[in-house]
Ligand binder design. Structure first.
Ligand SMILES: Nc1ncnc2c1ncn2[C@@H]1O[C@H](COP(=O)(O)OP(=O)(O)O)[C@@H](O)[C@H]1O
Ligand SMILES: [Mg+2]
Length: 252
Protein backbone atom coordinates (compact mmCIF):
# COMPACT_ATOMS: atom_id res chain seq x y z
CA UNK A 1 0.00 0.00 0.00
CA UNK A 2 1.16 3.48 -0.78
CA UNK A 3 0.59 6.35 1.59
CA UNK A 4 -0.74 9.34 -0.28
CA UNK A 5 -0.56 11.79 2.58
CA UNK A 6 2.79 13.28 1.77
CA UNK A 7 2.59 13.91 -1.93
CA UNK A 8 -0.01 14.53 -4.59
CA UNK A 9 -0.42 11.22 -6.42
CA UNK A 10 -0.91 10.87 -10.12
CA UNK A 11 -3.79 8.47 -10.32
CA UNK A 12 -4.96 9.28 -13.74
CA UNK A 13 -5.31 7.34 -16.92
CA UNK A 14 -5.00 9.86 -19.73
CA UNK A 15 -6.24 8.45 -22.98
CA UNK A 16 -5.16 10.86 -25.70
CA UNK A 17 -6.61 10.45 -29.14
CA UNK A 18 -4.16 9.85 -31.99
CA UNK A 19 -4.19 13.53 -33.01
CA UNK A 20 -3.75 14.72 -29.44
CA UNK A 21 -0.91 12.30 -28.90
CA UNK A 22 0.95 13.83 -31.82
CA UNK A 23 1.38 17.23 -30.16
CA UNK A 24 3.25 17.82 -26.91
CA UNK A 25 1.04 20.84 -26.22
CA UNK A 26 -2.08 18.76 -26.68
CA UNK A 27 -0.60 16.07 -24.49
CA UNK A 28 -0.08 18.57 -21.68
CA UNK A 29 -3.68 19.70 -22.09
CA UNK A 30 -4.89 16.10 -21.89
CA UNK A 31 -3.11 15.55 -18.58
CA UNK A 32 -4.49 18.75 -17.04
CA UNK A 33 -5.89 18.27 -13.54
CA UNK A 34 -9.57 19.12 -13.39
CA UNK A 35 -9.84 18.29 -9.66
CA UNK A 36 -7.10 18.78 -7.12
CA UNK A 37 -7.15 18.39 -3.35
CA UNK A 38 -4.09 19.73 -1.52
CA UNK A 39 -3.50 18.89 2.13
CA UNK A 40 -7.23 18.80 2.79
CA UNK A 41 -8.57 18.28 6.31
CA UNK A 42 -12.23 18.20 7.24
CA UNK A 43 -13.49 18.17 10.82
CA UNK A 44 -17.23 18.66 11.34
CA UNK A 45 -18.58 21.04 13.99
CA UNK A 46 -19.31 18.13 16.33
CA UNK A 47 -15.64 17.12 16.27
CA UNK A 48 -15.99 14.21 13.82
CA UNK A 49 -12.83 14.02 11.74
CA UNK A 50 -13.85 13.04 8.20
CA UNK A 51 -10.72 13.69 6.11
CA UNK A 52 -7.07 13.87 7.13
CA UNK A 53 -4.38 15.46 4.99
CA UNK A 54 -5.84 14.28 1.70
CA UNK A 55 -3.96 14.94 -1.54
CA UNK A 56 -5.52 13.89 -4.80
CA UNK A 57 -5.22 14.91 -8.42
CA UNK A 58 -7.73 13.85 -11.07
CA UNK A 59 -7.21 14.59 -14.73
CA UNK A 60 -9.74 15.65 -17.32
CA UNK A 61 -11.36 12.56 -18.81
CA UNK A 62 -10.52 10.21 -15.92
CA UNK A 63 -12.92 7.65 -14.46
CA UNK A 64 -12.08 7.14 -10.80
CA UNK A 65 -13.62 4.94 -8.13
CA UNK A 66 -13.38 5.97 -4.48
CA UNK A 67 -13.99 3.03 -2.19
CA UNK A 68 -13.91 2.49 1.55
CA UNK A 69 -16.14 1.35 4.41
CA UNK A 70 -19.09 3.30 5.75
CA UNK A 71 -17.94 6.39 7.66
CA UNK A 72 -14.57 6.47 5.88
CA UNK A 73 -15.11 9.95 4.40
CA UNK A 74 -16.25 9.19 0.83
CA UNK A 75 -19.34 11.42 0.84
CA UNK A 76 -17.44 14.19 2.59
CA UNK A 77 -14.83 14.16 -0.16
CA UNK A 78 -17.51 14.52 -2.85
CA UNK A 79 -19.32 17.21 -0.82
CA UNK A 80 -16.11 19.24 -0.81
CA UNK A 81 -15.95 18.87 -4.60
CA UNK A 82 -19.42 20.28 -5.20
CA UNK A 83 -19.19 22.87 -2.47
CA UNK A 84 -21.77 21.42 -0.07
CA UNK A 85 -19.06 21.42 2.64
CA UNK A 86 -15.90 23.47 3.05
CA UNK A 87 -12.55 22.04 4.09
CA UNK A 88 -11.31 22.90 7.57
CA UNK A 89 -7.94 23.48 5.91
CA UNK A 90 -6.34 22.91 2.54
CA UNK A 91 -7.32 23.66 -1.05
CA UNK A 92 -10.07 22.07 -3.10
CA UNK A 93 -9.53 23.03 -6.73
CA UNK A 94 -12.20 22.24 -9.34
CA UNK A 95 -11.99 23.75 -12.83
CA UNK A 96 -9.14 25.92 -11.50
CA UNK A 97 -11.30 27.51 -8.78
CA UNK A 98 -10.62 27.02 -5.08
CA UNK A 99 -13.93 25.89 -3.60
CA UNK A 100 -12.65 26.72 -0.13
CA UNK A 101 -12.95 30.39 -1.08
CA UNK A 102 -15.89 30.61 -3.49
CA UNK A 103 -19.19 32.06 -2.27
CA UNK A 104 -22.60 33.09 -3.65
CA UNK A 105 -23.07 33.49 -7.38
CA UNK A 106 -19.57 32.38 -8.27
CA UNK A 107 -20.12 29.12 -6.39
CA UNK A 108 -23.52 28.65 -8.09
CA UNK A 109 -21.96 29.16 -11.51
CA UNK A 110 -19.22 26.65 -10.79
CA UNK A 111 -21.80 24.13 -9.59
CA UNK A 112 -23.45 24.24 -13.01
CA UNK A 113 -20.28 22.66 -14.33
CA UNK A 114 -20.46 19.76 -11.85
CA UNK A 115 -23.17 17.11 -12.13
CA UNK A 116 -24.09 15.19 -8.98
CA UNK A 117 -25.88 11.85 -8.56
CA UNK A 118 -26.97 10.48 -5.17
CA UNK A 119 -27.78 7.03 -3.84
CA UNK A 120 -31.42 7.97 -3.16
CA UNK A 121 -32.12 9.64 -6.55
CA UNK A 122 -33.73 12.77 -5.00
CA UNK A 123 -36.42 13.08 -7.69
CA UNK A 124 -39.45 15.36 -7.30
CA UNK A 125 -42.36 12.92 -6.80
CA UNK A 126 -45.16 14.95 -8.44
CA UNK A 127 -43.18 15.83 -11.53
CA UNK A 128 -42.78 13.63 -14.60
CA UNK A 129 -39.43 12.22 -15.66
CA UNK A 130 -39.09 14.94 -18.32
CA UNK A 131 -39.99 17.67 -15.83
CA UNK A 132 -37.51 16.33 -13.29
CA UNK A 133 -34.74 16.35 -15.87
CA UNK A 134 -35.66 19.72 -17.42
CA UNK A 135 -36.05 21.50 -14.08
CA UNK A 136 -32.35 22.36 -13.80
CA UNK A 137 -32.29 24.02 -17.22
CA UNK A 138 -35.56 25.81 -16.56
CA UNK A 139 -34.18 27.14 -13.25
CA UNK A 140 -31.14 28.41 -15.14
CA UNK A 141 -33.36 30.38 -17.51
CA UNK A 142 -33.02 28.18 -20.62
CA UNK A 143 -35.66 28.66 -23.31
CA UNK A 144 -38.35 26.01 -23.87
CA UNK A 145 -36.85 25.37 -27.30
CA UNK A 146 -33.39 24.74 -25.83
CA UNK A 147 -34.82 22.47 -23.13
CA UNK A 148 -36.78 20.55 -25.75
CA UNK A 149 -33.69 20.24 -27.94
CA UNK A 150 -31.67 18.66 -25.13
CA UNK A 151 -34.31 16.49 -23.50
CA UNK A 152 -34.78 13.63 -25.96
CA UNK A 153 -31.06 12.94 -26.59
CA UNK A 154 -30.51 12.90 -22.83
CA UNK A 155 -33.42 10.51 -22.27
CA UNK A 156 -32.04 8.30 -25.05
CA UNK A 157 -28.60 8.30 -23.50
CA UNK A 158 -29.97 6.75 -20.31
CA UNK A 159 -32.40 4.46 -22.19
CA UNK A 160 -35.57 6.19 -20.97
CA UNK A 161 -36.89 7.70 -24.20
CA UNK A 162 -40.26 6.00 -23.63
CA UNK A 163 -40.60 7.05 -19.99
CA UNK A 164 -40.60 10.84 -20.25
CA UNK A 165 -44.23 11.18 -19.16
CA UNK A 166 -44.02 8.71 -16.25
CA UNK A 167 -43.88 9.78 -12.63
CA UNK A 168 -40.99 8.56 -10.46
CA UNK A 169 -43.15 6.08 -8.53
CA UNK A 170 -44.03 4.39 -11.82
CA UNK A 171 -40.37 3.49 -12.38
CA UNK A 172 -38.04 0.83 -10.98
CA UNK A 173 -35.14 1.87 -8.76
CA UNK A 174 -32.71 1.42 -11.65
CA UNK A 175 -34.85 3.61 -13.91
CA UNK A 176 -35.14 6.28 -11.22
CA UNK A 177 -31.38 6.35 -10.87
CA UNK A 178 -31.06 6.75 -14.63
CA UNK A 179 -33.45 9.74 -14.43
CA UNK A 180 -31.19 11.27 -11.80
CA UNK A 181 -28.17 10.72 -14.07
CA UNK A 182 -30.05 12.39 -16.95
CA UNK A 183 -30.87 15.33 -14.67
CA UNK A 184 -27.22 15.60 -13.65
CA UNK A 185 -25.91 15.65 -17.23
CA UNK A 186 -28.50 17.63 -19.18
CA UNK A 187 -26.49 20.78 -18.50
CA UNK A 188 -23.46 19.00 -20.06
CA UNK A 189 -21.13 19.39 -17.05
CA UNK A 190 -17.53 18.31 -17.70
CA UNK A 191 -17.42 16.55 -14.30
CA UNK A 192 -19.91 14.07 -12.86
CA UNK A 193 -19.79 13.07 -9.18
CA UNK A 194 -21.78 10.01 -8.14
CA UNK A 195 -22.10 9.19 -4.43
CA UNK A 196 -22.93 5.47 -4.07
CA UNK A 197 -25.20 5.62 -7.15
CA UNK A 198 -25.66 1.85 -7.09
CA UNK A 199 -26.16 1.54 -3.33
CA UNK A 200 -29.88 0.73 -3.64
CA UNK A 201 -29.68 -1.37 -6.80
CA UNK A 202 -29.25 -5.05 -7.62
CA UNK A 203 -26.25 -6.09 -9.68
CA UNK A 204 -27.88 -5.89 -13.13
CA UNK A 205 -29.19 -2.40 -12.51
CA UNK A 206 -25.87 -1.36 -10.95
CA UNK A 207 -24.03 -2.56 -14.02
CA UNK A 208 -26.42 -0.65 -16.27
CA UNK A 209 -25.63 2.52 -14.32
CA UNK A 210 -21.89 1.86 -14.65
CA UNK A 211 -22.29 1.31 -18.40
CA UNK A 212 -23.99 4.70 -18.74
CA UNK A 213 -21.21 6.33 -16.73
CA UNK A 214 -18.64 4.62 -18.97
CA UNK A 215 -20.47 5.93 -22.04
CA UNK A 216 -20.39 9.46 -20.60
CA UNK A 217 -16.70 9.02 -19.86
CA UNK A 218 -16.12 8.00 -23.49
CA UNK A 219 -17.81 11.27 -24.44
CA UNK A 220 -15.20 13.11 -22.35
CA UNK A 221 -16.94 13.54 -19.00
CA UNK A 222 -14.69 13.11 -15.96
CA UNK A 223 -16.38 10.61 -13.62
CA UNK A 224 -15.76 10.30 -9.88
CA UNK A 225 -17.83 7.62 -8.20
CA UNK A 226 -17.91 6.34 -4.63
CA UNK A 227 -18.96 2.81 -3.81
CA UNK A 228 -18.31 0.03 -1.36
CA UNK A 229 -19.20 -2.62 -3.96
CA UNK A 230 -15.82 -4.27 -4.59
CA UNK A 231 -17.26 -6.62 -7.21
CA UNK A 232 -18.51 -3.72 -9.29
CA UNK A 233 -15.16 -1.97 -8.99
CA UNK A 234 -13.25 -5.07 -10.11
CA UNK A 235 -15.56 -5.63 -13.07
CA UNK A 236 -15.36 -2.01 -14.17
CA UNK A 237 -11.59 -2.01 -14.58
CA UNK A 238 -10.99 1.67 -13.73
CA UNK A 239 -8.51 3.28 -11.32
CA UNK A 240 -9.42 3.13 -7.63
CA UNK A 241 -8.46 5.05 -4.52
CA UNK A 242 -9.42 3.90 -1.05
CA UNK A 243 -10.35 5.98 1.96
CA UNK A 244 -9.99 4.55 5.47
CA UNK A 245 -10.66 6.68 8.53
CA UNK A 246 -10.31 9.84 6.47
CA UNK A 247 -6.96 8.84 4.93
CA UNK A 248 -6.53 8.20 1.25
CA UNK A 249 -4.50 5.02 1.38
CA UNK A 250 -4.08 3.22 -1.91
CA UNK A 251 -3.87 3.77 -5.59
CA UNK A 252 -4.60 0.82 -7.86
N1 LIG B 1 -22.83 16.58 8.70
C1 LIG B 1 -22.01 15.90 9.51
N2 LIG B 1 -21.84 16.30 10.79
C2 LIG B 1 -20.99 15.64 11.60
N3 LIG B 1 -20.28 14.54 11.26
C3 LIG B 1 -20.44 14.09 10.00
C4 LIG B 1 -21.30 14.73 9.07
N4 LIG B 1 -21.24 14.06 7.90
C5 LIG B 1 -20.39 13.04 8.08
N5 LIG B 1 -19.90 13.05 9.34
C6 LIG B 1 -18.90 12.12 9.91
O1 LIG B 1 -17.75 12.18 9.10
C7 LIG B 1 -17.21 10.86 8.89
C8 LIG B 1 -17.21 10.54 7.41
O2 LIG B 1 -18.54 10.47 6.94
P1 LIG B 1 -18.93 10.27 5.41
O3 LIG B 1 -18.13 11.20 4.62
O4 LIG B 1 -20.41 10.36 5.31
O5 LIG B 1 -18.42 8.78 5.15
P2 LIG B 1 -18.85 7.71 4.04
O6 LIG B 1 -19.55 8.43 2.94
O7 LIG B 1 -17.57 7.06 3.62
O8 LIG B 1 -19.76 6.73 4.71
C9 LIG B 1 -18.07 9.94 9.73
O9 LIG B 1 -17.45 9.78 10.99
C10 LIG B 1 -19.38 10.69 9.88
O10 LIG B 1 -20.02 10.33 11.06
MG1 LIG C 1 -21.41 8.13 2.09
Amino acid sequence: MTSLSDRPPVITTPRPSASQAASPTARRRTAQAIVKLQRVNKTYANGAIALKDVNLSINRGDFLFITGPSGAGKSTLLKLLYGAERPTSGNVMVHDHNLAQLRGDRLSLLRRRIGVVFQDYKLIPRRTVSENIAFVLWAQGCSRKEIHRRLLPTLRLVGLQDKGDCFPDELSGGEQQRVSIARAIIGTPPVLLADEPTGNLDFDNSWQVIKILKKLNDMGVTIIITTHDEHLVRMSNHPVVQIRNGHLITVV
